[in-house]
Design a protein around this ligand. Structure first.
Ligand code: ZN
Length: 671
């Protein structure tokens, strides 16, 4: 972290550069842990910093809820492992202790005993006897023993949970044909069958209700004395100690709300946490979606339902963020010039829109990740989930640019570009511009590409059938690619110079012709629409530019590389393909679309595919990534008044989790 010393000894911090961070923060199993930075946190007002601080505290307080939702033994497992990790006095350099530490890191990553992505239970690389030995070696008062439970009983209870692959094999089972509730290891239901759950909620739903609440969202369904009972997550209900703390911080946050609308948002969320009433949740969601003018914003609550095989129960999550004003300005500039882009596009004028409106996307900077958004996180959010609220009141859709920045930077530092890019020129361009051009291409794709052009009268929007989404994605990508190389982009201040667009052109073509094949299983063809579209574009321009050697595939030391010799001609080819794709779309030319996709987008060159897989494997990259959060500290003067909130980026993965378990862990081991 760099600091600038001001007159009078005051220190003003500035956001560190991505390159200043050690990469990765940690690496274990199939994971690498990254750090993200929070640009412009220092530029917030004191009140806004305080708001971020209180909301961050409210976010961290929910951590144990998510562990318990994932499996009823997760808190017991985590607390036992952490007690050993903190207190074990035996050989901490042994192979077994190394395996033990890796397993604990995986439990933190999965918020429990299952993999965060595959949802399969992972099995330790140490033995159950080693587990018993280390647990017995520490002071029993450090262990999460239930009332009257002995250490041996605790070990006996946890051994199958950790070591038996048949016990709780899958967190959320989606494989049809069995009872999805009984075969899922998560803790949204207990002692009930899928038909019982379906009957229970089926009775509640009224098909004539135009504004249905999200039934079952915030409760666990259990059987008590033969009857089904919902145990609601609320103050005085299930998870009360953690929710009480969350509400305490939300109350503090309400004292520094930016405006009345935001105050209503916070108050309505508190009402919901107090009552557990799903009508109140809808009221909160409506206020939240209407709050468009606050700089600071947040998600805090039972939100996404992917963890419930029936899609009703929501996992707890939180994100605190503030608007990235610079990046949002970028999308506003693009939108404001939407008509210019439409008028100047290389497509036939019959297929252009007379009046076009760009969409301006909000870009945010995330300040804390928690619950189901931590350590693995989404790069965008689109909420609320309730269909009628989306329809009546709209939704908020945001992209999280400081997270995509961290991903981009990590990819530049892991040897990938050195392995696959042709020369130092392309690598340097990628380092200088790739993050910027990647974001700009996404903006052009989303804000303009999909909204451009029109169908001729009478053309069926579904005429392209199974080829429709590949053609549509290609159209949006090409619109972006074509304009990235236009001088207008530099003129509008969207790129710093005329060379920058080449970073996007090169990485797009390299990916489409070669490196995306690393994500395809050996012997398979390309099925996914985005991947088909990328290969379609790259191989079409490669073939059409062959006579002029616009792009060449060259060998060096028996490795294949992409060389781009003429970026101006490449841009013209992008324009030609855009015109053809728009014609196919506008006229509903099914045969034309089919031929393009099947000729260029589907088939995989087997020898090249094998080469890509081999070269990629040698890089030994981690398939999954998670994050550590920055640390916020409140600064007070000797009168006890808050004078600042500082941010630091030094906490490691282990330290962070141990601290969270100490400071934000008020739930009982079993709930
Ligand atoms: Zn798209």
């Amino acid at each position: 972290m760099t600091s600038i010393l001001l007159g009078g000894g005051a220190v003003r911090a500035t956001t560190p550069k991505m390159e200043d961070f050690k990469y990765p923060v940690d690496r274990f199993a199939d994971m690498e842990i990254l750090r993200y930075r929070v640009p412009d946190f220092e530029a917030l007002s004191l009140k806004q910093k305080e708001l971020v601080y209180y909301l961050s505290q409210a976010a961290l307080e929910g951590r144990d809820i998510f562990y318990d939702q994932n499996n009823k033994y997760n808190l017991c497992v985590r607390r036992t492992l952490e007690a050993v990790y903190r207190n074990y006095l035996g050989d901490r350099n042994s192979t077994d202790f190394g395996h033990f530490t890796t397993y604990l890191k995986r439990v933190w990553m999965g918020n429990g005993i299952h993999h965060h992505y595959s949802e399969d239970k992972f099995i330790p690389d140490f033995s159950s006897s080693y587990f018993a030995q280390v647990v017995k070696s520490i002071d029993p008062s450090d262990l999460p023993l239930s009332k009257g439970e002995s250490v041996d009983q605790l070990i006996a209870r946890l051994t199958p949970i950790l070591f038996d692959p048949k016990v709780y094999p899958k967190r959320t089972n989606q494989v049809q044909g069995v009872d999805l509730i009984m075969t899922s290891a998560n803790n949204y239901y207990e002692g009930v069958t899928q038909p019982e759950v379906e009957a229970f909620y089926g009775k509640m739903k009224n098909p004539d209700d135009k504004e249905p609440v999200s039934y079952g969202l915030n409760s666990k369904l259990v059987k008590e004395n033969g009857r089904l009972v919902e145990k609601t997550y609320k103050i005085g209900g299930l998870y009360s100690p953690a929710i009480t703390r969350i509400v305490g911080w939300l109350e503090k946050a309400s004292t520094v709300a930016e405006n009345d609308k935001q105050l209503v948002v916070i108050h309505s969320l508190i009402d919901f946490y107090r009552s557990g009433d799903l009508k109140k949740y809808d009221e909160y969601s409506i206020h939240w979606v209407e709050d468009l003018h606050s700089l600071v914003d947040f998600v805090n609550g039972f939100t996404e339902t992917y963890g419930d095989p029936l899609g009703m129960k929501a996992s707890w999550e939180s994100i605190v963020n503030f608007k990235n004003i610079e990046a949002t300005k970028r999308t506003e500039i693009i939108s404001a010039n939407a008509q210019w882009f439409e008028d100047h596009s290389p497509v036939d004028s019959r297929f252009k829109k007379e009046t076009v409106k760009g969409v301006s996307a909000k870009v945010i900077t995330v300040a804390i990740l928690a619950g189901d958004c931590y350590p693995a996180t989404p790069i965008g959010i689109n909420l609320p989930n309730s269909n009628w609220i989306r329809h009546e009141h709209g939704s908020k859709s945001v992209t999280i640019e400081n997270i995509t920045e961290a991903y981009d930077q990590a990819s530049l530092g892991n040897g990938f570009v050195e392995e696959f890019m042709w020369s130092k020129t392309e690598i340097k361009r990628a380092r200088d511009f790739a993050s910027l051009t990647n974001n700009l291409h996404t903006d052009l794709h989303e804000c303009l590409g999909h909204g451009s052009g029109k169908l001729l009268p009478g053309v069926d929007p579904d005429a392209l059938k199974a080829y429709g989404s590949t053609i549509e994605e290609a159209r949006a990508d090409l619109f972006g690619l074509y304009y990235m190389g236009d001088p207008k982009i530099v003129e509008l201040g969207l790129l710093p110079d005329k060379e920058a667009f080449k970073a996007e052109y090169y990485s797009y073509i390299m990916n489409g012709l070669m490196t995306q094949l690393t994500r395809i299983q050996p012997g398979k063809n390309i099925e996914e629409a985005h991947m088909r579209n990328r290969q379609l574009i790259a191989s079409w321009v490669y073939e059409k530019g062959k006579a002029d050697k616009v792009i060449e595939m060259v060998k060096r030391d028996n490795k294949t590389y992409v060389m781009i010799n003429n970026y101006e001609k490449l841009r013209i080819l992008f324009g030609k393909l855009l015109a053809e794709i728009q014609r196919i779309k506008s006229t509903g030319d099914f045969q034309g679309g089919k031929t393009l996709v099947e000729t260029y987008g589907v088939k995989v060159d087997q020898p090249l595919h094998n080469e890509m897989l081999e070269r990629y494997k040698k890089l030994n990259l981690a398939p999954y990534r998670g994050f550590v959060n920055p640390v916020y500290t409140m600064v007070k003067n000797n009168k006890g008044e808050i004078t600042d909130v500082t941010i630091s980026y030094t906490e490691g993965y282990i330290e962070q989790h141990l601290r969270y378990s100490k400071d934000y862990s008020v739930l009982p081991t079993f709930n």
